[in-house]
Design a binder for this molecule. Structure first.
Ligand code: ATP
Ligand code: MG
Length: 622
């Protein structure tokens, strides 16, 4: 090592460095050649007190080694690989002295590129690549990049839950591999299938040929020769057979995805995907940010359209976070870009376990129940109204009072399901966290399938039929009271509605497993509110038909909707007026007879006796 130093600080373009003799050296900072994950290195150009202009460059070994004089490389490479295998994050450092001419050229190039209005990034990249050549290797650093707390437990839980984990990193293969072992994604028993530049190197055959051979070999091992798994069970969840882990690097991935022959490219892609799907974990190392997104997209569009989730903490993870169905950012030291572009942000990786296995599980069940319960309760509600039309001569007479129609979904049945969808815990959180396999019960949208949807639909139809025909049976003799007083349409509708509100609310009460005071309050409170409302409304106009103004409208053409439609089609040019009560278009002809007895209005020809003779509230079901 020619330079041993500690970076002390940066003050208005002056760098202070503590050298190995404990002397402070001052440098003027001339340029910073920023880091980017594709180049995988960054540099500074500084001027020392003695007037020398120096360029210092640090970065990944794979991007520094080709740019330095080769004599020093082998010795440093050995150290770098050993450190990387032990799990350290390694960086190589190089420098070069710039002559006045070289600096002037670099300075002009950098200024021009920075001021360019078009293709600025490309121009900067070209200048960076020109300047960062012919350097001398100083050495390498190895930093312990500790796993976050409970990272291993989190990964284990995710795998137990049947979630396939793919590690996409820009890091070196050795470091990434040892990280995978540390967080138990790879076990001792896992057989690693490696498809990297190193395994493609074969003196005799070209890389293309070797890639083809290896893909076929791994496919045979992991897919063809693997024991069959039960239908509906993902191989990674099955305990049968050998565990495989797959490793691929960025350069090889480019060969797989962007093969020059179009047919080969899609074939390689399919083989690659099938191998990965049959492996317990997949490690993709030395990935550029766009390659990470490319992989997520490929998995997302693969057979079975799996749901993808990306989690990352750095700016280089943004593209994959945006590409995945669910993007999660970790609030880390690497800036806030990942968090800003994510759907959810967590402070630590360990929180992913609770987020998915507990909250994800519970909210999925809650929302699935909410959606299906809404179908159910509205089917129960509207089916009697629909059936009623067959018994009221298709007159569009509502079965329920307008107040009921308005308030059913807003007031009487909304709060219990709202509380359910926020608070329900069919399994308590601790049990969910301790038993990751429970997550498999809801995998592949298990609760929103045809089976459950049909159950709710059939239940809704059954209840709707029961309410309507049950009350009709009750009304087979409309004189329900001793004094012979008969009840009419509104009483009928009110009874159906009351049974409906009680049934759908009690159904939810039966489904609720986690009772809090809020559930008690909203469930019993909704029923109590309905009863109070019923009493108040009934006093005014509702439960007793005598108090009700009953308007029955039978339109001139409306005995059958079909004949009405036919009539208007036959006179397209005739201006039509609208029936004042029901809005049905009329011909301009004046009504042939109009009868008003305070409760019934009629237009057009005499209507059938069922509508015209009896008082309005009595004419039903005669
Ligand atoms: N600030 C930096 N200066 C110089 N080189 C860096 C810097 N940060 C990372 N590198 C090098 O560039 C490589 C790629 O970085 P990148 O950020 O894409 O991935 P990573 O940090 O290794 O892993 P991850 O994808 O998990 O963030 C790193 O492995 C490292 O060798
Ligand atoms: Mg990084």
């Amino acid at each position: 090592m020619r330079y041993g130093f500690t970076f002390l600080g940066l003050e208005s373009k002056t760098m202070k460095i503590l050298n190995r003799n404990n002397d402070v050296e001052m440098y003027e900072l001339l340029h910073v050649l920023n880091f980017d994950p594709v180049r995988r290195r960054m540099s500074v150009i500084v001027r020392s007190k003695s007037g020398d202009t120096l360029l210092f460059c640090k970065g990944a070994d794979s991007s520094i080694f080709p740019r330095v004089r080769q004599e020093e490389v082998e010795r440093i490479r050995m150290h770098v690989e050993r450190n990387a295998t032990e799990g350290y994050r390694t960086l190589c450092v190089a420098y070069k002295i710039l002559s006045a001419e070289e600096y002037a050229q670099a300075d002009a190039g950098l200024r021009d590129a920075r001021l360019a209005l078009q293709d600025r990034e490309e121009k900067l990249m070209t200048v960076y690549n020109q300047v960062e050549t012919g350097m001398s290797l100083i050495g390498a650093t190895a930093v312990e990049d500790r796993l976050q707390e409970e990272a291993a437990e989190t990964m284990e839980a995710l795998q137990g839950a049947g979630i396939k984990v793919w590690v996409l990193t820009g890091d070196k293969m050795e470091t990434a591999k040892s990280t995978c072992y540390a967080c138990r994604l790879f076990q001792r028993s896992t057989e690693l299938l490696e498809l990297t530049v190193r395994t493609l190197e074969d003196g005799e055959r070209s890389r293309e040929v070797r890639l083809h051979e290896l893909l076929l070999e791994y496919h045979k091992k992991a897919v063809q020769d693997a024991p069959p798994v039960k239908a509906g069970v993902n191989r990674s969840w099955s305990s049968a057979g050998q565990d495989y882990g797959f490793i691929i690097d960025g350069a090889t991935l480019s060969m797989v995805l962007n093969n020059s022959a179009e047919s080969n490219s899609s074939r390689y892609k399919n083989l690659f995907l099938q191998i990965c799907q049959n492996c317990t974990s997949v490690l993709c190392c030395r990935m550029a940010p766009l390659q990470k997104a490319q992989i997520v997209k490929m998995v997302k569009n693969s057979k079975g359209s799996p749901i993808t989730l990306s989690i990352g903490d750095g700016a280089n993870d943004v593209s994959m976070i945006l590409e995945a169905h669910v993007g999660i950012g970790i609030k880390g030291k690497e800036g806030r870009q990942a968090v800003r572009n994510s759907d959810y942000a967590v402070p630590k990786l360990k929180h992913l376990k609770k987020l998915l296995l507990a909250h994800g599980h519970l909210y999925y069940v809650r929302i699935a129940h909410l959606v299906q319960y809404f179908f159910y309760k509205n089917l129960c509600f509207i089916l009697p109204q629909f059936l009623y039309q067959f018994f009221c001569g298709y007159s569009q007479q509502p079965l329920y009072d307008a107040a009921y129609l308005t308030m059913y979904n807003i007031c009487f049945t909304s709060m219990p399901i709202l509380a359910y969808s926020l608070l329900e815990q069919h399994i308590c959180i601790e049990v969910l966290l301790d038993n990751a396999p429970l997550y498999r019960e809801i995998a592949k949208n298990a609760v929103l399938r045809w089976g459950t949807f049909l159950y709710w639909t059939v239940l809704g139809v059954f209840h709707g039929l029961l309410f309507f025909f049950g009350v009709r049976f009750l009304f087979s003799n409309p004189a329900l009271q001793d004094n012979g007083q008969v009840f009419g349409n509104w009483s009928y509708g009110t009874i159906v509605f009351t049974v409906l509100v009680f049934t759908v609310t009690l159904k939810l009460a039966l489904d609720t497993r986690h009772w809090t005071w809020i559930n008690h309050f909203v469930i019993w409170g909704s029923l109590a509110f309905y009863c109070v409302f019923q009493l108040l409304l009934g006093r005014n106009n509702m439960a007793f038909p005598e108090a009700t103004t009953f308007v029955l409208c039978v339109c001139q053409h409306a005995e059958l909707g079909v004949s009405l439609a036919g009539h208007h089609l036959a006179h397209p040019a005739q201006p039509t007026a609208r029936d004042p009560a029901c809005g049905v278009p009329q011909t301009p002809r004046a009504p042939r007879s109009t009868e008003e007895d305070g409760s019934v209005e009629r237009w057009g020809p005499p209507v059938s006796p069922v509508f015209s003779q009896a008082p309005a509230h009595e004419n039903l079901f005669r």
